[in-house]
Design a protein around this ligand. Sequence first.
Ligand code: C2E
Ligand code: MG
Ligand code: MG
Length: 764
Amino acid sequence: MKIKLRSIKTQITLTLVIVMSVVFILLGFVASERLKALPLIVLDQYQEIALSRAGELGNEIQGLDNQIQMISLSNVMVSMELEEIQTYLLSMTRQQLFRNFTFSTPDGLAWATYDQFIDISNQRQFIEIFINQKGSYLSRPFFSPFIPEPYPIITMSHAIKNDSNQTIGLVNGVVSTRFIDNILKSITFQEDGFAWIIDDLGNVVAHPDDNISIDTSFNQITGLDFALFSNSNEKTFSFKQDDKTMINVYASIPSTNGWTLILSIDQQQAFSKVSVVSDTINISLIMALIILIIILLISTNTIITPLLKLQNAFEQAKKGNLSYKADESAPNEIGEASKSFNQMLSQIRELTYIDPITGLNNFFSFLNEIPRLNYSMMDEDYFVYVVILSIDDFKRINSLYGYDVGNSTLRSLSLMIQPYLKENEMIARYFGDEMICSMIARSELEIRQRVEEIVAISRQPFQVSTIEIHLDVSCGVAKLEKNSTINMAIRQATLAKHKAKLDPFTHVIFYSQTIYLDILAKQDLEEAIAYAIEREEFYCVYQPIYHMSQKKIIGYEALLRWNNPDYQNIPIINVIKLAETKGYIHDIGRFVLRVAAKQLKRLNEVDPNLYMCVNVSPLQLQNQGFYECALTSLREIRFNPKNLMIEMTESAAMLDIDAKQDILLKLKNFGFRIAIDDFGTGYSSLIYIAKLPIDTIKIDREFISKVESDEYPRALIISILSIAKSLNLTVIAEGVETQEQALALQSIGCEIIQGYYISKPILL
Ligand code: C2E
Ligand code: MG
Ligand code: MG
């Protein structure tokens, strides 16, 4: 998994994990500080035990000592009568607490209740009571020198005093240390905890371990210095025993000569509960931390995942996938944001994919959809086709009924076509009057049938707001080849469509190699035309214009010719149209004007009234440079332009007639004469066209060829002649091929003719 540090998820998670870890470390620290005090508390508790047990033991000893004291104070004892004392002491032994009693006189001779006289003058209690004059004395444990037995004994001695408080005797209670051992053995805690007692000199008084005798010293057991221990203020001390560390608490036993009760506990055991508690707390803290982190990860996931999904939606939109939908299911602000995003995207989609004028899918939407279609068809036997539908003469609808009807027509047409498209095929607006479709089919035959069906539907009349619309549609189709591009397929379909538009009988044309070769040929031709100017392959021929009554040539029309062996048979009008599209027409026009003017100069040297017609393309007229060029070439040959006649076709003159008026007026003012060529083909009214500053009308060959056979052209020419006369215009009949035509024209008053009947265009 790749961790992105700049991702909001990582940042939030990291921050929370860090914050939580810090909090938990602090908690752990506080807890461990608290836990550190726990052993002290535990030790305090042990010390309490030690104190209470030491107290109990002290009480026990005190109780025994009290009994001896009571005996010592009794009258029997004070009487010092041996026989009575023997009876009394023997009766006391029945209590079983004392093993025996001893009664001694100050000379050290003592009687013991096991009925024996013994010498105690060298015993400690004798010294303490009789010599040191103490009231009582508790001995440390020792083995009886008189009775052999396994357990040491202790003696509790009290002085017997007379009324003058003089020590007159001593009574001794002898107790086996077993009662102390039993008390010690009853003091058990933890597994290995035990209690033991030492006296004021550091010797063992009692120890539960039978191997440790009363001769054993504190130092031997603990390895510690007793002197240091006894002077220390510490409440505890510790020593090593085997592998264990024994921790010890202690308390002095009251009513003894500085005996100390020591509780020894294995440190580990002593604090086992403490470590259980601290382990539990630590584990709980860690568990809580882990659980919190898991909860955090889950909760950040639930918050962040929708956020990441939304971010992905933005990414998708950025990549142009405008049909992507953000997940709106998050029940929070992110869900709301996703809703807004989707609404926004649908608006963008609308603006991006829908043509605002017609409400149809636009070209961008088409471009966006077709790769998807292509991708989905890839593994199947289907091919994707691009179909371009062009409405022929759509301008007519716009100019006749207005743009609203035009747009509605496009919309209605697409609605008519839509049912003939499959589910994932698309129709979109292309440019102007053209629509583009993506279609799928298994074969060319199948797609041809479907497209022809669509064309047939498009050609059926339909209503657009009470107007009945008839459309002619031309279609170009291209297959989206596997190793080709969409743009290429669109270009190919466009070329096919161009061809379909030029062919009045075929409505659907598939792009093919032939079309491609035609294009190549056209490209070659274009290139050849460009070179023709440089290589001076162009020249002019001249066709005479003849006046029938005067029986003489009154002028010539200069016509362009191209001397190129590869393009001998191309009609010059095609060359000119191509030159117009490529912009070469300006150079060509300049050349013709100069050559024709030179020729005219020569002709006028013989006959000053001869005129020369020069054909001019409307593009030339629009070019500012044309006038300068015309004047320059005229000045060069020092010629007056009155015999130079500019010819412009009727259709060119009709195009933007107001602009033409200015241009032609300028030419007229220079001295040029102006003729309308091919008159009759543009269906314009002569009155209307006479708004232009023209001198001459050249009636198109189409009418002349039928002048003797057909009434209509004859009547038309008669009316042209009559209007021309009234407008003071000269009329020339073009393309006169026969004598009959010439005579027919003359009979209706048309005297000036041009055509093969007189002469073909010739070199002069
Ligand atoms: P246009 O100006 O109407 O020229 C007359 C055309 O009719 C010429 O064809 C001519 O050879 C042809 N013609 C003349 N008499 C007859 C006839 O009795 N029968 C038949 N069938 N045809 C006849 P061309 O030279 O092929 O020129 C065709 C068109 O090309 C011209 O029509 C003109 O519009 C254009 N054109 C020719 N030279 C130039 C030029 O230098 N500049 C411009 N802009 N256009 C030119
Ligand atoms: Mg002409
Ligand atoms: Mg003509």
